[in-house]
Design a protein around this ligand. Sequence first.
Ligand SMILES: [Zn+2]
Length: 371
Amino acid sequence: MKKLDIKKGTLVVLGAGSSIGASLFPTKERINYLESNKMPSGANFFYDIFLQSFKKDNNYVAINHLDFWHEGLNKLIVHTWGLKHNKSNFKLEEWKDINVEDVFTFIDIGTQMYHKGTNYHKSFDSCRDGLISFITSILSMKSDGLYCEYLAKILKELDPEDSLISFNWDTIADYTVQYIKSPIYNEYINLMKHDKIHLYKYRVLPVLLKLHGSLNWFICSNPDCSYFNRPRLAVKDDLLKNIFHSQRCPICGNEKCKQLIIPPTSQKVIKPNTFLHKLWLIARYKLCLCRQILFIGYSFPITDFYSEWLFKQIYYIDGNLPDIIIVNPEIMKKNSYVSRRYETIFHGCKLYKYCTLDEFVNNGLFHLRNI
Ligand SMILES: [Zn+2]
């Protein structure tokens, strides 16, 4: 006799496309400098940032401010990617298609190839720090106080126990769950507060799992401090105020707190027994109970080995395979990379496809109503 399937509910997964594609609504007056209503894409990160970098007379003016974040980072990219017209000047067009993940991977491998203390190691390492502070600061400024109206509509349809996974560092998902007073928000705050996380307990609790870290999570570098390797949520105002300076640890006073994020590189590593490792295990538990997974703007990049591992766990769980709902313009293109990835990873699952969030919110919300 076939086992009774006790799976119910939905797991929502957000990728980079969910931030880019969504309409974002400012909830407070924003900084004029670096103003824009569009989040940058990974594939065109530098181009998008430079293009939107300064607003003058209602037109966006392109500015390259890489040197402001790290002296030498601009030079490294111009030299390595062969940007002929950027040697003495700045020409925006040449920055098109320079993927932030490729740049990160190049610098990351550089730090591993040379011994600590050598000049090569030092220069790659400082470029890496510079790139991290460039990305995190820009995204902090852009996503501060913004929520996504489409995501809010989707989350309102969820069951009270449903959860949300985000692979994004930006705070749009956080603000959205807070804004609509979703139960996901309360459990997320509890999760961030608890020193000891009982993994099994979170199996049935609604929670936000930011599996690549977050711009507003800070860890302390002092091994004797309770915030060592254990993130704390930055206070909202704290975050913007401290973008240009190091964060101060409220427990031990250490001035060198860093944001906890998994950099966009092919060298992603989740270390055993860390906070992030626990979040990944909670995500694994979540898969046991959901009857469907809704992916918004997630493209399964080839370098996200961990997420491929995570979602392939559905084949080791009793009961029917979950249905897969995908919201991504690329999924509609036959034989696109995204299409092929989903067909391969979710062989045997029913796939439902939507091009945009707008289309899904207008025509696909019935999937979430557990009739
Ligand atoms: Zn500390």
